[in-house]
Structures are given as C-alpha cells and as structure tokens.
Design a protein around this ligand. Structure first.
Ligand SMILES: [Zn+2]
Length: 446
C-alpha cells in the first residue's frame, strides 16, 4: 500500500514541497514541489489545506486522573497538599472506572495530534490489579503507540511517606508484576506499538530498596525507567531531610543515572546536576501546564538541552493540567519559556522539536519523531480553517502562536486513526456519558 500525501500547506522538509509517500507503515519517499512520486501510488490524499507535523509524543501522563479534574478539595493546592487531597479518591478506583478514564484520555490525546502516549500509572488499590493491561488494551483499540510505565509506591504514611497504606503495594508484588507485564507487552525494534517502562512514583512515595531493585530489573530486562524528579522545592527538602542528599544524588546512588532513564518535570536541578544528567544520557519530560497550575516553577529547558539532556514534552496527569490536549501543550511550553527567560528562551519552532524529536529521545525511540525517510509514518495534520488562524502568514508558526488544539487527520504506523477531526467508529457522546458517571461514582455522588 502506497499513499501520497500531496502538496501540504506546510511542515515538509526542504525540497519536499510536493509531499511524501507512505508505504505501509514507513515514510518511503519525498516528492519535490511540482513533481510526482518516483513510483506508482495506490492512493493520493490532497493535503493542500493541511500543515503536517511528525506525530506528537506525550512523555508523561496519568490517564486515571481524567476522573478527578477540577476536584474541589484539591483546587488551588500545591503538590503535596494536592496529592493528600486526592489519594483517598484514587483509592476507590476499580477496573471499570479506570478503563473508561484511559479511553477518554487516549481519545483526547489522539484528537490533538498525539500518536505515542506514555502513561505513568502508580496507584494500585485493591480493586485495580491489572491497570497496565487495561491501558495497553485501550491503546491497542484506538491504534496509538503506548509506552506504559508500571508505576509503584511502597512508602506509605505508616513508614514516613505521603500516600495512605490503601494505595501502596509490597516490593515483591511490584517486581513480579513488572516481570509479567514485560513478557506480555514489551515489544522491541522499529515500529513497536506497545512498550513497558518501570516507574516508581517519586522519592517521597517509594523506598530506596524499591528504587534500587527496579533499576536492576530494568537493566536485566532492557527496559526504560521513569519517575517524577525535581518537581518542587518541597521534594528537595524532603530528600535532604530523609536521605541527607538532593534527589539526583539519591537516585544516582540507587543506579538510576543511565540513558534508559527519563524524569518527569526536572525543574529544580543545579547547573552541575544538569551536566551530570547530560553525560548520562537522561531525558526530561517537560510538563508546562501542570507546572504552572501547581505553581511548581519553570523548567530550565534551554540549559538542560545545552547540557545534552533530551527534553520532551508532556501534558502530565489530568488532575494537574487539567486537560490532555498535546497540541495545546506546545503553545504552553513556548509561553512559559518566554515568560521565564525572555524572547530568546525559545523559538516558535522549538516546542515542535520538544514534542517530537525530544520526546522520542526520552523514550529511546529512533524510529519516531521526525518526517524523515525510513521513520515510522506517524503524522499529525492540522487545518488552518478556524477563526483563530485567519490571516496567518507562516502556517507552521501559526499552529503554535494562534493555538492549534485539534488535528484534522492523524496517522499512526501508516493508518489513519483520526479522519475529519473524529475517531472512526468511536461514539464520543457515549464515552463522555460513561466517563461522567465514573467520575461521579469516584466522588461518591452516586
Ligand atoms: Zn506526573
């Protein structure tokens, strides 16, 4: 199957004004402006009204949190107080509510141009034993690539941690589930659709033993590792008080400074810590909206990249964003860097790079994140036919500065998963109704 995506309005590499040819799941050829494909095609898609971007790659999320958006007791609180307000609600999660939360989050991501979604799920109350399997099934059903992080917590309030005992697990249970999930879901090589990463939640909810054993298990199984790090000053103070060291030093001692690691947030690092991270090949999932809503600070994206750290972009969980719109996050990323560092802090093209190449590096995926020959045909196509774009000159910059938030077409592995701004076969009103019911059930209103 060969498809010619013909004469896009913008987003093509130099010399490819005539578009690109997708063959099966791969970007197989470029077409010069005014030219024709070098070999016959089966189909042609007229993209003259579309700006084409590499499919967006979300590097950090918590799908289940779509059920606790704008939760009254957590509004206007900073991270630790916000978590304490929400843990008891999350402790009531069951498979049924969790599944509908995942479906909604994945649909929202896909419709915003996201083609690869990383999720970090770390809450395992008694009613939710197979959370990662459910996430994988839902991602497969929608056709997104999934890099799902088997999260974990084993340090409850009983032992000096932040979460209540009802949402933590024993270390043996966590490691055994990681082993099972890797065998069931982790694909390797170009084009992998489902991958597993291991992801203890944070220094204030996980024991040193679990961090260390996870690093060993990840190395043995060849998996990436993920955790929240340097999100707030409170976390620095917690680590100094409990471990006598800063978060990065703590993790280095536990075997985490490898090129298979990416951190969520990464705001409060010193310049020398950034250098160490760059040398180790670590990535950072930058979450601008979440950082702004929780007042956590501004990630030093430019300094991290200058130090060699891969910076990806992410929406973070939907109780601290509170949306899961990946395209919208690009604009937020630009605005936050400019607000913190002035006009030279980022260009209007930089957020696209963070959300594609940078995110792909975080996840260790050299087959994704660029419109290049041989890469996976993961593409997000945006139209500029809304009021907000009217009068725009540069079509690519317009996506960021005018605020694109809805893809018209999305392709994953050569297959259209969004057509005319909708997911074929998905009953969106039914999904919204069941999601609303699940959220109200979690809030104990029904
Ligand atoms: Zn998070």
């Amino acid at each position: 199957m060969r498809l010619w995506i013909k004469t896009p309005l913008g987003g093509m590499p130099d010399g490819a004004g005539g578009g690109l040819v997708v063959e099966d799941a791969i970007i197989a050829a470029f077409v010069p402006a005014g030219g024709q494909p070098d070999a016959p095609v089966d189909e042609t898609f007229d993209a003259s009204a579309h700006v084409v971007l590499p499919g967006l790659i979300n590097t950090h999320h918590h799908f289940y949190q779509t059920l606790t958006r704008a939760y009254r007791p957590a509004i206007d609180k900073k991270l630790f107080d916000w978590l304490v307000a929400l843990y008891p609600v999350w402790a009531r999660l069951t498979d049924a509510e969790f599944r509908v939360a995942c479906r909604l989050a994945l649909a929202e991501l896909l419709l915003s141009g996201c083609t690869t979604a990383a999720d970090h799920h770390y809450v395992f109350p008694p009613g939710l034993g197979h959370a990662i399997d459910i996430e994988m099934e839902e991602a497969q059903a929608l056709g997104l690539r999934a890099v799902l992080c088997r999260g974990s917590m084993d340090l409850s309030t009983d032992d000096g941690g932040l979460p209540p005992p009802s949402v933590v697990q024993k270390i043996d249970t966590i490691l055994a589930d990681g082993e099972r999930l890797a065998a069931r879901w982790h694909q390797t090589g170009p084009g992998a659709m489902t991958q597993l990463a291991l992801a203890p939640c944070s220094p204030f909810s996980v024991t040193a033993d679990l961090m260390r054993e996870t690093a060993k298990q990840a190395e043995r199984l060849g998996l990436h590792m993920h955790t929240h790090l340097a999100e707030t000053e409170d976390e620095n103070e917690f680590c100094l008080a409990c471990f006598g060291k800063r978060p990065l030093d703590y993790l280095e001692d536990l075997g985490w400074l490898t090129d298979r690691t990416w951190f969520a947030h990464g705001i409060h690092f010193t310049p020398s810590e950034m250098q160490r991270m760059g040398k180790a090949g670590i990535g950072v999932a930058h979450c601008p909206s979440s950082n702004m809503i929780l007042g956590s600070g501004i990630c030093a994206v430019g300094a991290l990249e200058a130090a060699g750290v891969a910076v990806g972009l992410a929406v973070d969980g939907s109780a601290s964003n509170d949306g899961s719109n990946m395209m919208q996050e690009l604009r937020q990323g630009l605005l936050l860097q400019r607000a913190g560092g002035g006009i030279t802090a980022a260009t209007s093209r930089d957020p696209i790079r963070w959300a594609t190449q940078g995110s792909a590096r975080c996840l260790g995926r050299d087959d994704l994140g660029a419109i290049e020959l041989g890469k996976q045909a993961d593409l997000a196509l945006f139209k500029l036919d809304e009021l907000r774009f009217s009068g725009a000159d540069d079509p690519v910059a317009a996506l960021i500065t005018c605020g694109a938030h809805r893809a018209d077409r999305v392709m994953v592995a050569g297959v259209w998963r969004v057509i005319d701004g909708a997911i074929p076969g998905m009953d969106l009103p039914a999904l919204l109704a069941s999601h609303d019911t699940a959220a109200r059930k979690l809030r104990q209103e029904i």
